[in-house]
Structures are given as structure tokens and as C-alpha cells.
Design a protein around this ligand. Structure first.
Ligand code: MTE
Ligand code: MO
Length: 375
């Protein structure tokens, strides 16, 4: 069993697959704290978790073909200033479960909690590259490629890449991280080192980072080339062409109601209900408004946003929110809805039908929760 050396996990997590292990925390626990505790942070593994001793670890940085450096964890910790970024990781498949209800898709059946927020610390990519005499603004390349230590049975490592323009834009924010929320990164989340590329889909935030290099083409890994891309709703497995579609990097605006949960009983005696949730948009676009309805979208109120301490155009953490929403009268059930607006005035689409795609990625329609109204 290639998974026999996988770490122990919190019994609170809700698995969507055991081998490889994938799990999300209970949705109602997600919006309670700004920094998701490490043991509750969702886990998305494609392969067995590598066993790596700190002494044995080194990061290979290939500055140019034939010229590379091997960097020990001690060097990462001592040679470079420690920098931090508080950033969300969201799986492209977060909220896939709602797409599945429209028409089956291929992928893990995620609920709305394949997203978490942590403070990541380590070495800034720009600092690392400068030390090895690479200037990210002038380096002659198209992509920065990241490789993991986890491998398929055929020996193919997990890998991802980002376009060099994005690496330039984010050069102060991309972190070669060795800490998660102030402690060393847990095995499931990439021990000892992972890359954090804020505002970008989870799939590119390579865990168990073994190698960084530059290339004229995207990472050749399966997950860069044949996965994590979007298509229109008429494309299915008999006519899909992965090669011509653009890889997902920055992700669209999204939000979800964490409380009350689906099917909950809401007490109508106080005429309003406390609704709580998260909102996030990729590309550093901060959340400026979350609209909440308790009557299926007839009327809306503005939620109270909890400031995330970041600026509107460099907002990489999520925004937690809550709202006291008036309840409709004379009915025994209703639909709570939330939709977020980011600083570019992007807003979530109203239905999931229009954005259905065969891989079930980037599911970000208005979030609806059915509740019963009881006395
Ligand atoms: N990195 C490696 N090496 N192997 C993986 O399977 N999964 C990716 C990404 N990085 C993955 C990886 C995906 S799809 C996601 S959503 C995030 O890691 C999940 O990060 P987390 O498990 O820390 O939440
Ligand atoms: Mo993912």
C-alpha cells in the first residue's frame, strides 16, 4: 500500500477520498476563525504523502540549463529574511457538489469547504532568485515551473507552473514557505517546503517542493496540461481539447454561507437570522460587499465584513462576514442566499447551470442554503 506512511489526520475532517487522502472541515467551523487552524485546513492530495527528513531535504533551483543550486532548509531559514503572507488556498473543485446536481462531472465531490486561510512564512521568491543572481524582471523565460516530491507509480512528479508575467507581478508575494500559522508545515500541507502563490488556484501551490526552474513552456505535468482548465457547458469528454484551453491561475470571486447549514431549523421568534460565511476573490481583488437574502433573493441586505487587514488590490486572505437577515413571514421554509462582489465589481453568477463544466471547476454561483422556519 503506497499510502501506508501517510500521516494521521484530525477525526473532525470529512474525507471525500481516503487514498489519496482528500478532506474538508465541517463548513460550520470554517467562518469562526480568520486563520484556519492547521489540523482543520482542507487537504487535497493526488498521491501518497512523501516521507522526508529535514536533514535530507534540499531545494533545487535551476537558474539556467546546467546551472543550479541545492539549498538546504537551514539555508532557507538563516540566509534570507523571513517573510509572511496571509493567503487563501482554494481548490478549483470547491463547491463541485452543486455542479454534480446539474449533471455528473469527473472529480472529487467537494462541498463548500475546500478552501482555507493561513499565514505562510518563508523566503520570498524574489529574495531567493536575487541571491542566485537571477533578476525576475529580465530573466528570459515564459514560465516558472515548480516540482513536488510526490510521484505517480510511473515516476511522474506532481508539478505546476505559472506564466513569468504573473511571477513578476507577485514577486514580493510568492513565498517559498516553511511555516504555516507559525509552526513547521504539517506533512499533509507540504512538509518541509511548499510554494505559496497568493490569489492563484490551489493546484499551483506545489507542496513538498523539490525543484524550481524556468521554461519556455508550461509544466508538462498531467495536472498542468490535462486538468485544472475550464470549458463551456457543451464540451464533454467526447469533444474536449485540453491543449487549447487556458490553465486556471487567478480564481473568480466566490463566497459561501457557513452557518446556518443546509436543512437547519431556524427559530422565527426573533424575526431575523444570523448568517455567517466567507468570501474571496483571486488576483488580490478584495471583497467590497456581500449581499445576503433570507427570502430566496427577493430582498437583500449588506453583510458586515470583517476587515482582513489587507489592501483592496493586494487582498490574498479571505473576508469573513456576518449578517442579521430579516426572515419572511407566514412560511415554513426559505432559502438563504449569499453573493460576494470584489473590488473590480465582479459578482458571482446567479445559477450554476450556466457555468457547468465537465471537470466541475470554479463553481461559484450564488450560494443557497435551504432552512426550515420553526417556532
Ligand atoms: N502539490 C503536490 N506536490 N501534490 C499535490 O497533490 N495538490 C494541489 C496543491 N499542491 C498537490 C500540490 C492542489 S489541487 C491543491 S487544491 C492544494 O495543493 C491543496 O493544498 P492543501 O492540501 O494544503 O490544502
Ligand atoms: Mo485542487
Amino acid at each position: 500500500d503506497p499510502y501506508r506512511a501517510d500521516p494521521e489526520r484530525s477525526p473532525v475532517l470529512i474525507p471525500s477520498s481516503e487514498k489519496p487522502y482528500n478532506a474538508e472541515p465541517p463548513l460550520e467551523m470554517l467562518a469562526d476563525v480568520f486563520l484556519t487552524p492547521n489540523h482543520l485546513f482542507f487537504i487535497r492530495n493526488h498521491l501518497p504523502v512523501p516521507c522526508m527528513k529535514l536533514e535530507g531535504y534540499s531545494l533545487k533551483l535551476e537558474m539556467s540549463p546546467g546551472k543550479s543550486a541545492s539549498i538546504k532548509i537551514e539555508e532557507l531559514r538563516t540566509k534570507f529574511p523571513k517573510k509572511s503572507v496571509t493567503a487563501v488556498i482554494q481548490c478549483a473543485g470547491n463547491r463541485r457538489g452543486e455542479m454534480v446536481k446539474v449533471k455528473p462531472v469527473k472529480g472529487l465531490n467537494w462541498g463548500s469547504a475546500a478552501i482555507s486561510n493561513a499565514k505562510w512564512s518563508g523566503v520570498c521568491l524574489d529574495d531567493l532568485l536575487k541571491h542566485y543572481k537571477v533578476d525576475i524582471d529580465t530573466v528570459n523565460t515564459k514560465y516558472v515551473v515548480f516540482e513536488g516530491m510526490d510521484k505517480t507509480p510511473e515516476g511522474e512528479p506532481y508539478g505546476a507552473s505559472i506564466p513569468i508575467e504573473l511571477a513578476k507581478m507577485l514577486k514580493k508575494e510568492i513565498i517559498i514557505a516553511y511555516e504555516m500559522n507559525g509552526t513547521s508545515i504539517p506533512r499533509d500541507h507540504g512538509f518541509p517546503v511548499r510554494v505559496i502563490i497568493p490569489g492563484v488556484v490551489g493546484a499551483r501551490q506545489v507542496k513538498w517542493l523539490s525543484k524550481i526552474y524556468f521554461s519556455a513552456e508550461e509544466s508538462t505535468s498531467h495536472w498542468q496540461r490535462k486538468d485544472y482548465k475550464g470549458f463551456n457547458s457543451s464540451v464533454d469528454w467526447d469533444n474536449v481539447n485540453f491543449d487549447d484551453a487556458v490553465s486556471i491561475t487567478q480564481i473568480p470571486v466566490n463566497s459561501a454561507i457557513c452557518e446556518p447549514v443546509e436543512g437547519a431549523e431556524v427559530d422565527v421568534s426573533c424575526d431575523e437570522v444570523l448568517v455567517k460565511g466567507y468570501a474571496f476573490s483571486g488576483g488580490g481583488r478584495g471583497i467590497i460587499r456581500v449581499d445576503v437574502s433570507a427570502d430566496g433573493g427577493k430582498t437583500w441586505i449588506d453583510a458586515k465584513l470583517k476587515p482582513n487587514g489587507q489592501t483592496p488590490y493586494t487582498s490574498y486572505a479571505w473576508t469573513l462576514w456576518e449578517a442579521y437577515v430579516p426572515l419572511p413571514k407566514g412560511v415554513s421554509e426559505t432559502v438563504l442566499i449569499a453573493k460576494a462582489v470584489d473590488v473590480s465589481y465582479n459578482v458571482q453568477p446567479d445559477t450554476v447551470e450556466g457555468i457547468w463544466n465537465l471537470r466541475g471547476v470554479l463553481s461559484n454561483a450564488w450560494h443557497r442554503v435551504n432552512v426550515k422556519l420553526v417556532k
